[in-house]
Write a protein that binds this ligand. Sequence first.
Ligand SMILES: [Zn+2]
Length: 386
Amino acid sequence: MAEFDLVLKGGRVIDPKNDIDGIADVAVADGRIASVAPDIPSSGRTKTVDVSGLLVTPGLLDIHLHAYGGYPGWLFPDQHCLPDGVTTVVDTGGAGWRDFDDFLETIIQPSQTRVLAFINIVGAGMIGAPEQDVEEMDPKPCGEVIARYPDHIVGSKSAHFGGPGWESAGGAIEAARLSDTIAMIDFAPKPTRSYEELLKRMSPGDIHTHLYAAHIPLLDDDKRVNAYVRDARERGVIFDTGHGGGSFWFRIAAPAMAQGFPPDTISTDLHKSSRMIPNATMTATMSKFLALGMPLREVVYRSTQKAAEVIRRPELGNLSDGAEADIAVLDLAEGAFGFVDSGRARMNGSQRLECRLTVRGGKVVWDRDGLSRPGWEELGDYRHAD
Ligand SMILES: [Zn+2]
């Protein structure tokens, strides 16, 4: 009989990639998923955790978060991701093509969270005013750095640019083409460069983040999704949530979703201030989509499998046999809840996702209620209960 290190017993497993939605056990051995099946027996060395009544999903992927940079808003990934079920996170442009090595040494390598990166088209990364300096935007070295670190870097990033030209967005798109990767674009339209033209310049797989931001003309004057936006999706352009402090408005999301225009991916744009009043954490953002009427399985899909595919890491975001064992155990609480958007308006909802336990690479790294721990009374004169 196979020996497992960990068995999560009796939860409702939702694994979109394998089309699983039902009560099952999940077994882990040597840091990898060993089996998803009903009634998996445990042997002597197996740690068994009763997760009945809870959801068991692949570890969540947040493809837009700020975990580095020369500006003060970024957050340490482990402390902000693992307690929320997020096992893979993509920093979006904190590091530029000049300072990626420092990001690698100081944040990526020491983190338990899998930290990936979009590299800023601006050499110095996200440090405020230089993000406006077009001299700093250079597709060639940006593309070279991306190509040099394929294990860590998924593409290029353009953001926060207020100038009239295409140096930022166009440069990031070019860097992505040079490195055969993808660009993520945070865009504010100007009279000299429209959203419609941006979408035309993007290739299939490139990501527009902040699709429900107030400054993005997703909807026309009659609140219909613009035809050119639908055309872009049809062509393969990806639309990401990027909640953040200013970019997820219910008054745009609700009509867009009612017209069949959900985000491809659910992501937070988490940083110090979006963590506060709009509460842009991953599980809160997922809960907001539940309140907007997105079915639970789809919410999980857009936070796991789809996000993994979008960043071209299809091996992530699923519970396939042999996959690295990244798992989120979530509580789908029922009750009267309220959710706040970036415009600081409230939407009422009846369900809220909360993370109870997180497994990263086969290890329990977050356990809010001690589900995997023995009771202290059973242990006698214990030192360390592992
Ligand atoms: Zn951001």
